[in-house]
Design a protein around this ligand. Structure first.
Ligand code: SF4
Length: 469
């Protein structure tokens, strides 16, 4: 019943056979162990990604395996440790390695992020989880983070297990930590918080605040200590270094893809497919070798398509920046491309020069904390504005679509400022568009299309006028 779907996601016949009991248990728990749900999943995954690309299949394999592991974590391990977004990947990777080396009694992962990726873009089953989350302290219409509504809903519905320890994120947004606090009370599990100091002066970024780095580093150390006290696993300096090495490889590969797509004309692949490597840049996995292989395959596939002149939008199409990746549904990304606009880069895929400064820290945990504050959007509005302006200049953008999620306070701060800045300083048209990274009910494809169609016409006309001038 599900072999075809799993083959689209990179599984071999032997793997499906070998993994059958686990696959069926996980599908049952997710409520998709029936013909209708599997047929729907086959259509959903093909609508979201170009599954004929080998790299897409390889990266989907990593997500599917990770999702099954997360759903079955309690069945297969004595301890479950959840790390939740926004979260340093190196730290999770190091804990995963430590747990493995200690014999596998403990499972460490980022199950929510994997679940919304698979639950959204493969099975399309997030709405019941969101609805359940809305009943649990995060009512509709109050701008609660949809990612955390999924988390609460998935645990309450028994899809994801209750952890022994959640390592929650309080260094960037308030909602993550607030929801974790509520969940720890409701479901009786412990939380260790990563915390931060985000009181930046305007235009202070990229000059990092030593106090903020040290403070965040200390909260990371306390969380690692608590993991050791609860499970007995100790994360070593070498494991943290290996985590850094993996992330560095990933950055290199992602920047290769970003630069190649950005420089190509026509745009060689849909940015919808780049959701997968982007996801694995920010989500730690138990399958780093397979993930890197998938990424390297995508680099080669993009290069081949460029060499053969393949394109998903017409040659010479206007170049447009799209500010948000809709993680659980690639419709908005594909819609922009279908309107004949080229997306050279999307969201925060590109690393700006200020982010590439060499670290002055020697301690690995300090380096992790420093990394958190290197990304402009994770710091303050002036840094995000600087990023967008630099990106639009560097990629020679003709226009910008500043899409954002109303319920994500850090991301909802600066869209209007960004639109005005880009129009005034760079003289390019910009539009502010409300979407959502995790809840497709918060935008309608028809409304998006209506607004984007007229914007696309303006952008194309502008480009023609410039060319004729
Ligand atoms: S509110 Fe925004 S930053 Fe915070 S967890 Fe949700 S999506 Fe992420």
């Amino acid at each position: 019943m599900y072999s075809n779907l799993f083959k689209m996601c990179g599984y071999t016949d032997e793997e499906i056979e070998e993994q059958r009991p686990r696959i069926e248990k996980a599908l049952e728990r997710m409520g998709v162990f029936n013909e209708a749900a599997i047929e729907h999943a086959e259509k959903t995954v093909q609508a979201n990604y170009d599954v004929e690309m080998v790299s897409v299949q390889k990266l989907l394999w990593v997500f599917m395996h990770s999702c099954i592991d997360g759903v079955l974590a309690r069945d297969e391990h004595d301890y479950v440790i959840n790390c939740n977004w926004p979260f340093p990947v190196q730290m999770t990777l190091a804990m995963i390695a430590a747990a493995r080396e200690a014999g596998g009694k403990t499972w460490v992962g980022m199950p929510v992020q994997v679940l919304w990726m698979v639950g959204g873009t493969v099975f399309d089953i997030l709405t019941p989880m969101l609805e359940r989350g809305e009943l649990i302290g995060q009512p509709v219409g109050k701008a609660h983070c949809s990612q955390y509504q999924i988390y609460t809903g998935a645990i309450d519905l028994g899809i994801l297990p209750k952890p022994d320890l959640g390592i929650g994120s309080g260094w960037f947004c308030d909602q993550a930590a607030e929801t974790e606090e509520m969940m720890s009370e409701l479901y009786n599990f412990e939380i260790a918080y990563l915390d931060g100091v985000n009181d930046w002066a305007w235009n202070a970024w990229p000059n990092l605040d030593e106090r903020a780095v040290k403070y965040s580093a200390n909260t990371i150390k306390l969380a690692l200590k608590r993991v050791k006290e609860i499970t007995g696993i100790e994360t070593t300096e070498d494991q943290l270094k290996a985590g850094f090495k993996y992330v560095a490889k990933w950055l290199y590969g992602m920047q290769n893809i970003t630069r190649m797509i950005g420089a190509a004309d026509p745009q060689p692949i849909s940015q919808a497919n780049v959701n997968l490597p982007y996801g694995l840049w920010a989500i730690a996995t138990d399958y780093p070798d397979q993930a890197v292989d998938g990424l390297a395959t995508m680099v080669r596939e993009v290069k081949r398509k460029i060499d053969e002149g393949e394109g998903v939008v017409p040659k010479g199409a206007p170049r447009v920046y799209l500010a948000l990746r809709t993680n659980v549904d690639t419709t908005p990304i594909r819609m922009v491309e279908e309107l004949g606009l080229c997306l050279p880069t999307v969201f925060v895929d590109w690393l700006c020069p200020q982010e590439l400064t060499k670290s002055t820290y020697t301690d690995m945990v300090d380096k992790i904390a420093e990394g958190l504050y290197r990304r402009p959007q994770l710091c303050d509005a002036s840094a995000a504005l600087m990023y967008w302006k630099t990106l639009c200049k560097d990629f020679n953008m003709d226009a910008a679509i500043i899409s954002y999620a109303y319920n994500c306070r850090p991301w909802a701060v600066d869209p209007i400022m960004a639109k005005l800045d880009l129009q005034k300083e760079l003289g390019i048209p910009a539009i502010v568009l409300e979407t959502d990274g995790y809840d497709t009910r918060n935008y309608s494809a028809e409304q998006l299309r209506t607004r984007l169609e007229s914007f696309a016409e303006v952008v194309k006309m502008n480009k023609e006028m410039k060319a004729a001038a």
